[in-house]
Design a protein around this ligand. Structure first.
Ligand code: FAD
Ligand code: PHB
Length: 391
């Protein structure tokens, strides 16, 4: 088999890349180790930046997003028993975030690719990438017990943090920069109508908590827990008790309690590789970087990477220009490091760190007070939260 761009991974990065390439007449094949059903139901991110929304609508995959997405023009920070609103749209010339589940983005992109006759293979096994420093790199894999090989012009490694592509570059050519945080998030999806129309990030002496949602009937909530937290120790009643203890405010606000539909624990890390390329292998999304979820940036960064990559690949085929491909990594990393900084800052400001003392606590409260009362402070938060420019 032969294709122009072989794409490993059908997450938001791989699928959006395949879609963008198709729109400029470039052929690709997407290879995914999980089933279509699995990836269309995997509960993950939920916050789309304005630029991600604009890209989806502008490239014809935004119909359901426009019908079902919840546009939020503000976000709340709760501390010391009170909630404070940051008016995102007012501070950023009308930009906002949209709550729309990652698995819905995945469904919309799969639908668009299949509708356009795109090639996707699910449930592949033993995938490997080869001859990366040649002009004809190859992807080998097995599907339904049969071995296959695809010869490509380029390979896009969009296979997430635990994928195989990043590890396939020879040792020493890619450097990694990392922070692992001494806590994790326990997240639940609950059948309970959201009691706030907008997200609430809570700083509390018992630890961080986050109120989010997926629809007018479904709430998404998170609480800071230990990195090795055992879910068996967290029956639903205990989760609700802890969430309410952290989130309830002086005016009596609290999340509505309801049946828990899903529960999980996710570790927190910051991770970036440099460069995001080796030979004809280009890494994008979680394969190249991880952000702690406090800034709601992972999915959005994956989308901004592949936007840059698709433009560079288009310039190669249409104009014979290789310079944009050469600059891919440096171009993406400038934005990635700003988003890393924001995600690290949000995480540091809002979580309880082991060993923190009264000084740390007061410093965190002062920072929260500043960013919710100073217009300059609020603007810094708002312009990062709705998303820095993609170009
Ligand atoms: P992935 O979505 O991980 O996709 C990679 C794909 O590659 C997967 O489908 C995987 O099965 C496949 N794959 C892996 N290995 C192989 C292989 N060897 N062969 C073939 N296929 C392979 N981000 C936000 O922006 N906002 C949020 O609110 C947010 N909340 C989050 C909450 C949670 C609980 C979690 C876990 C993450 C959250 N994120 C959030 C992060 C976001 O989900 C990721 O950043 C996003 O999925 C990255 O997309 P991706 O396409 O790069 O990688
Ligand atoms: C979510 O809705 O899943 C969500 C929202 C905001 C975050 C992280 C996750 O910062």
């Amino acid at each position: 088999m032969r294709t122009q761009v072989g794409i490993v991974g059908a997450g938001p990065a791989g699928l959006m890349l395949s879609h963008l390439l198709h729109l400029c007449g470039i052929e690709s094949i997407v290879l995914e180790c999980r089933s279509r059903h699995y990836i269309e139901n995997r509960v993950r991110a939920g916050v789309l930046e304005q630029g991600t929304v604009d890209l989806m609508i502008g490239t014809g995959v935004g119909e359901r997003l426009q019908q079902q997405g919840l546009r939020h023009e503000g976000v709340w920070f709760s501390f010391g028993g009170r909630r404070h609103r940051i008016p995102l749209a007012e501070l950023t010339g009308g930009r906002a975030i949209t709550v729309y589940a990652q698995q819905e983005v995945v469904k919309d992109l799969i639908q668009a690719r299949l509708g356009a006759g795109g090639q996707m293979v699910f449930e592949v096994d033993e995938l490997s990438v080869q001859e990366l420093d040649s002009i004809r790199p190859k992807i080998r894999y097995r599907h339904a017990g049969v071995a296959h090989e695809i010869t490509c012009d380029f390979i896009a490694g969009c296979d997430g943090f635990h994928g195989v592509c990043r590890e396939s570059a020879p040792e020493g050519v890619i450097a990694a920069y990392e922070r692992v945080y001494p806590f994790a998030w326990l997240g639940i999806l609950a059948e309970a109508a959201p009691t706030s129309e907008e997200l609430i990030y809570t700083y509390h002496p018992r630890g961080f908590a986050l109120f989010s949602m997926r629809s007018p009937q479904v709430t998404r909530l998170y609480l800071q827990c230990k990195p090795d937290e055992d879910l068996n120790e967290w029956p639903d009643d205990r989760v609700w008790e802890e969430l309410c203890a952290r989130m309830r405010t002086e005016d009596g606000w609290a999340p509505a309690v309801g049946p828990v539909l899903q529960k999980g624990v996710n570790g927190m890390r910051s991770f970036v590789i440099e460069p995001m390329q080796f030979g004809r292998l280009f890494l994008a999304g979680d394969a190249a970087h991880i952000v702690p979820p406090t800034g709601a940036k992972g999915l959005n960064l994956a989308i901004s990477d592949v936007r840059v990559l698709s433009q560079a690949i288009e310039a190669f085929y249409k104009l014979g220009r290789g310079d944009l491909l050469e600059q891919y990594s440096a171009h993406c990393l400038r934005r990635i490091w700003k988003v890393q900084r924001f995600s690290w800052w949000m995480t540091s400001m809002l979580h309880l760190f082991p060993g923190a003392d009264g000084f740390d606590h007061r410093r965190q409260l002062a920072e929260l007070d500043y960013i919710t009362t100073s217009r300059a402070g609020m603007t810094v938060l708002a312009e990062n939260y709705v998303g820095l420019p993609m170009e």
